[in-house]
Design a protein around this ligand. Structure first.
Ligand SMILES: Cc1cc2nc3c(=O)[nH]c(=O)nc-3n(C[C@H](O)[C@H](O)[C@H](O)COP(=O)(O)OP(=O)(O)OC[C@H]3O[C@@H](n4cnc5c(N)ncnc54)[C@H](O)[C@@H]3O)c2cc1C
Length: 426
């Protein structure tokens, strides 16, 4: 009997394998993934499209990883049925794999809105290396000149930059009034929008695509899009980059509790004995809003996978929690956005802002009872690490509030007592 079975072998699955092996060097581990190779960095697939990185650079583990970790890797195979009574995972082929401890790390899948013409040749999603390879091959095959990217969030902006680097004319279509609206407030978004436009991208906000139409001489191939307010954009490719939703189909209709994602406790355990869940598929603890929710972020998936792995191997470990935290650099502008970066009007929140339009710098802190609960730094991210420490440890910043947004704020600005405490923790 395989002692540990893990479905999904990306950030959360890999984190779990490494944690299990730290505790248990002999128990058998089987990972099941429907990708041919899944140990690659998903945030880097845009570098594959742009030509900035090959597979070797994108891989986040070596070819020998499974052997080194003494793992049986079942690749290119989909897990389809879980049986919690006989404790087995069934593959599409009918083969059954028995488990003592099971981790569901099936991640997210792209959200694809129903759109007329979405079956046409040249329409892609953008979440896997397979998507990136197909897009890159298509660009070469048809000598693509223009693309429409649907979605102006993190995934949308990453693929937009990659396509631009490949020499395509790109139009980004975003349903909200602002791009990157989950990370930035209106001011921050305006700054980024100006940067992206200056790089040559057309941005259409406040509407979406109602229809993808074909080329005049080949209706089966993408020729352009019709926008919801009536405008048209000609293109050779359409990339659906709207976001991801938890990939819960494996547990749908089973005894495992699901809200938006799989419900887990602080040990990443589901309501079913010996069954754990981690990563984009799970609803894990957010220490800012003090409740569980889905947070599709790479480092959190790794940490959640590690916590599940330790617990599966018998080392009781609590997940300390994460929050909405993104660190990115597209179009040459670094951005860090953590926690309540863009909260709704709330009299209990205090907002500190500093802006330098000329140098494209924007800093914003959101405080509640003198504790930092949100931050957004655009093009000036040096102090983000210290701020995150203050935030994560709920440190009262009343005495240093005036200095928080100053250009020279750093670890050294903090009171000596706090510096000592930090150096112990770090
Ligand atoms: C383009 C892009 C850019 C991103 N940029 C960032 C970024 O800058 N920063 C950041 O923090 N995060 C980023 N993310 C998000 C990050 O990649 C995810 O949070 C992370 O990959 C989640 O890891 P996971 O292990 O939970 O799931 P996933 O990475 O989704 O992996 C799940 C794996 O399980 C497999 N699987 C699913 N169901 C089955 C089944 N039934 N049988 C077998 N195998 C199955 C899937 O094929 C996949 O290989 C980005 C994501 C994308 C797509």
């Amino acid at each position: 009997m395989a002692k540990y079975v893990i479905v999904g072998a990306s950030a959360a699955g890999l984190g779990a394998v490494e944690a299990i092996r730290k505790i248990d060097q002999t128990g058998t581990i089987t990972v099941i993934t429907d990708e041919a190779c899944s140990h690659y960095s998903r945030p880097m697939i845009s570098d594959f499209v742009s030509g900035n990185a090959d597979m070797k650079k994108i891989n986040c583990r070596t070819e020998e990883f499974w052997k080194e970790q003494n793992v049986e890797a079942v690749t290119s195979k989909k897990a389809t049925v879980l049986n919690f009574t006989e404790k087995t995972v069934q593959l599409e082929s009918g083969e059954k794999i028995a488990y003592e401890k099971l981790l569901i790390a099936t991640g997210g899948k792209p959200f694809v809105p129903k759109t007329e013409g979405s079956e046409k040749d040249g329409v892609f999603t953008f979440t896997t290396i397979g998507d990136a390879q197909r897009i890159a091959a298509k660009i070469d095959a048809i000598n693509a000149k223009a693309a429409v990217v649907i979605g102006g969030g993190l995934i949308g902006i990453s693929v937009t930059e990659a396509l631009l680097k490949r020499g395509l004319k790109v139009t980004m279509v975003e349903l909200q009034d602002k791009i990157l609206s989950l990370l930035l407030d209106a001011k921050g978004s305006d700054i980024m929008e100006a940067v992206v436009r200056k790089a040559g991208v057309d941005i259409v906000t406040g509407q979406s695509v109602q229809k993808i139409f074909g080329k005049p001489d080949n209706d089966g191939a993408v020729g352009g899009v019709l926008l919801t307010k009536g405008g048209q954009v000609s293109c050779d490719l359409v990339i659906m980059a709207i976001g991801v939703i938890p990939r819960t189909e494996l547990v749908m209709g089973s005894a495992v509790k699901i809200n938006r994602g799989i419900v887990v406790d602080n040990f990443m355990q589901t309501n079913v004995p010996d069954v754990y869940a981690s990563g984009d598929v799970a609803e894990a603890y957010d220490f800012i809003i003090n409740q569980n929710r889905t947070l599709p972020l790479w480092p959190l998936a790794v940490m959640e996978g590690q916590v599940a792995g330790y617990n599966m191997a018998g080392k009781k470990t609590t997940y300390g929690g994460g929050t909405n935290m993104s660190s990115l650099k597209y179009f040459g502008v670094p951005i860090v956005s953590i926690g309540l970066a863009n909260p709704k009007e709330d009299p209990t929140l205090e907002v500190l802002v500093k802006q330098d339009i000329e140098n494209i710098v924007y800093k914003k802190l959101v405080l509640k009872n003198d504790i930092i609960v949100g931050l957004t730094f655009v093009n000036c991210i040096e102090s983000a690490g210290v701020m995150f420490y203050l935030m994560k440890n709920a440190i009262n910043v009343k005495k240093i509030k005036q200095q928080l947004l100053s250009d020279d704020f750093s670890w050294a600005t903090l009171p000596i007592g706090l510096q000592r405490k930090m150096s112990v923790v770090q």
